[in-house]
Design a binder for this molecule. Structure first.
Ligand code: GCU
Length: 713
């Protein structure tokens, strides 16, 4: 009841043109007040001053801070707001105390910021919170509370791996929202709705096509027009379009004899493409390039460095984009050769640092090197990529995967923020005497970079649930939150600063927004979500062994044997005596030595000081190896058995916990049933995983389970 007092009498829009995110913000407010408080509120437009509207009681004003100061700043019932604390995309709320007649202000540093401020305000109301009380860094003076929120980094992008034929690589939520039959689809309403979802959590760009890019996309005028239509559909939400490019296009579609990045005709080919794109899409976000990896063409063919390759595109962008917001070239660090299995020391994990470290300082200012969170490939447990510590004169972004490729493919509940936190909070070690934590590197703070941020591979599709599972949406919501502020929510022991975006807080707020506020419901979903990643790790690959997914045939389900003797450079080196990759400098592949901090590298050199959950990542040990660290003094093989049984047991508990919600009628039947089906599948599939892996290792090692559960093969 008190909260409904937040509903204004009028919404006032400051100085906005049709299609602006500010107009969108006002419409979202109108819709929300109708939906949440059942109040119909009109929208007034103030183009040159707001004296006619601001005098009346209880107005809510949306616009940029600059417009506000210009149009309303001299009015007797308001004073100037200070916008100097805002960065692009940031926003402020100024909320009157209940007895005050001051207006409510939702003001952005720019138009996008206005929409972000509006959405975050509405998300609080929709959770039943009083925004003035939940604001984390609010100041209260003269009858109002001011809250400021700035994104920690400018790059908050989503990557879609959509192919022009409408399929989505590693997509588990239906067909592409953008492409079909080689063209951009005609009806882009779902694409616009997707932009709305993304804007609600602060995402500002989408690379719409697969990193394994089809050269045809930017080659035909019809496709460029199609990309333009996608950009038009996104624009009201402040979401910009980015495009993946194929390095070989000058040759494969451009009729040139080369794609050498230093060749003049190649430079002008890309100039031409970039110019055409900017003519149709003046706010194009930029490009994404995967080169020299997994069969993709790249600069190496011509003996050029990856930096020379990246700068080719960065310069074309620089030339044709607005000087005050140059297009960004995201260059992927996921570069490796598919190696021969004969030499385990040719460790794929070493590739990124080997390629990129010598190039630090050679990338143009509008290049951002996009680094997968771990050195291999979106595994359930990886140490953070050591490359982050080497990019000291290069902009860096972290690449996270919302689409659950090795993490349950959307048919297992695996809530990812706890995994992401382990990477964001990973300290690369001392550089010039200072710690170098990943979250501070990607925001640009640690090494004083202007650009940086996050790229999330999402792969939403035409499924009613967008991702193929209701619960998987929580990961997308969390991704946006964490991209906005990767520093919030880390556990620094300081309750004041860290509670707002902890993984628990994020899942609780998502649950309230998605299903309702009942405490039992919220606790059940949060408990399940927080137990899910550890459980999945337990039943699919504990102790830091990499994924044991079948990487050869189905890319789904367990196949521990597929992890060795393959050409993909992902090995566990399991044989009859032991298991694990020796990545020490002393005796192994040398990977441990890639951490810039000597103390970090040294920690991984011995079994005793390596964290238990990374044991097999860094060491090749006999099955009878006792586990390091405090607690149970068990062997590696027994831990493999125990962890897999424990993980499958937790998955079984999800089924009963969920069923209890139905018994109390806390969830609508359709979503209840869909999630119940998924959890039942997960519980069964966890047993399949458990038995496949335990059976595999029992057969290989010939060592029996102490508790006699595992059948020998
Ligand atoms: C993984 C994934 C591929 C993808 C690649 C990439 O290997 O299986 O489908 O193309 O990552 O990120 O480029």
């Amino acid at each position: 009841a008190t909260l409904s007092a937040q509903a204004p009498n009028h919404i006032v829009v400051l100085n906005a043109t049709a299609g602006s995110p500010i107009i969108t913000a006002s419409q979202e407010l109108q819709k929300a007040f109708q939906g949440v408080f059942n109040k119909t509120i009109d929208i007034l437009y103030a183009a040159d001053n707001c004296s006619s509207v601001i005098g009346s009681v209880k107005v809510l004003i949306v616009g940029t801070a600059t417009s506000f100061n210009r149009l309303c700043g001299n009015n007797s019932s308001s004073s100037l707001v200070s916008s100097s604390d805002l960065v692009p995309d940031g926003y402020l709320w100024q909320l009157p105390s209940h007895d005050s007649s001051l207006p409510t202000l939702l003001l952005g540093q720019n138009e996008r910021g206005t929409l972000y401020g509006t959405f975050s305000y509405l998300l609080e109301l929709a959770q039943g919170n009083d925004p003035a009380k939940t604001a984390s860094n609010a100041t209260t003076t003269n009858g109002h509370t001011t809250h400021i929120s700035n994104p920690a980094a400018p790059v908050r992008w989503v990557n879609q791996w959509d192919n022009l034929d409408g399929s989505i690589e590693r997509g588990y939520g239906g067909k592409s929202l953008f492409f079909s039959g080689g063209k951009v689809v005609t009806d882009l309403r779902r694409a616009a709705a997707y932009a709305r979802i993304l804007a609600s959590v602060g995402i500002n760009a989408v690379v719409v096509n697969n990193v394994n890019a089809d050269a045809a996309l930017v080659h035909t005028p019809a496709n460029i027009e199609g990309l333009g239509r996608i950009a038009d559909a996104f624009r009201p939400y402040g979401v910009r379009v980015g495009v993946s490019l194929n390095f070989a296009s000058p040759q494969s579609v451009g009729g040139l004899s080369t794609y050498d990045p230093l060749d003049k005709s190649v430079v002008s080919f890309w100039d031409g493409v970039t110019l055409q794109l900017y003519e149709r899409i003046p706010d194009l976000a930029g490009f994404l390039v995967k080169g020299d990896s997994e069969g993709q063409p790249g600069p190496k063919k011509y003996g050029r460095t990856l930096a020379e390759g990246a700068n080719l595109f960065a310069r074309a962008l620089r030339k044709h984009s607005p000087a005050d917001s140059p297009g960004i070239l995201m260059y992927r660090a996921f570069v490796y050769d598919q190696l021969q299995e004969s030499n385990w020391r040719a460790d794929r994990a070493n590739a990124a640092v080997t390629y990129f470290s010598p190039l630090d300082g050679q990338f143009d200012d509008n290049v951002v090197v996009q680094v997968k969170y771990g050195p291999i490939d979106f595994q359930v447990r990886e140490p953070a990529s050591p490359l982050f510590g080497h990019l000291q004169k290069t902009n860096a972004a972290i690449e996270l995967q919302v689409t659950q490729e090795y993490l349950g493919q959307q048919c297992h509940l695996v809530y990812l923020p706890p995994l992401w936190r382990t990477v964001l909070d990973f300290d690369m070690g001392k550089v010039d005497g200072e710690p170098s934590v990943v979250r501070d590197i990607i925001t640009g703070e640690r090494f004083n970079r202007l650009l940086g941020g996050s790229a999330g591979v999402v792969n939403a599709g035409t499924s009613d649930t967008w991702l193929g599972s209701h619960l998987a949406q929580a990961n997308l919501y969390a991704y946006g939150r964490m991209a906005w502020d990767p520093t919030a929510g880390h556990d620094d022991g300081n309750d004041n600063s860290s509670t707002l975006s902890t993984p628990r807080h994020i899942i609780e707020s998502w649950t309230k927004l998605t299903f309702g506020r009942d405490p039992t419901l919220v606790n059940t979903v949060a408990d399940m979500a927080l137990a899910s990643w550890p459980a999945y790790e337990n039943y699919t690959g504990n102790l830091g062994t990499q994924t044991l997914t079948d990487i050869l045939y189905t890319h789904f389900g367990p196949n521990p044997a597929s992890q060795d003797g393959n050409g993909w450079g992902q090995w566990t080196r399991a044989d009859k005596n032991g298991v694990g990759m020796d990545r020490t400098v002393r005796n192994g592949t040398g990977f441990a030595g890639q951490y810039v901090g000597k103390e970090v590298a040294a920690q991984f050199e011995s079994v005793e000081t390596t964290p238990r959950d990374l044991l097999l990542w860094f060491h090749h040990v006999p099955y009878t190896q006792r586990l390091p660290g405090p607690g149970e003094n068990t062997t590696v093989i027994q831990h493999i058995y125990d962890a897999h049984y424990a993980g499958a047991e937790t998955a079984a508990l999800f089924v009963t916990r969920w069923a209890a919600l139905n018994a109390s009628g806390l969830i609508d039947p359709e979503r209840y049933a869909s999630i119940a089906r998924q959890l039942a599948f997960q519980a069964g599939h966890a047993i399949v995983w458990r038995d496949a892996i335990c059976g595999f290792f029992a057969g290989l090692s010939g060592i029996a389970d102490r508790h006699d559960r595992v059948r020998h093969h």
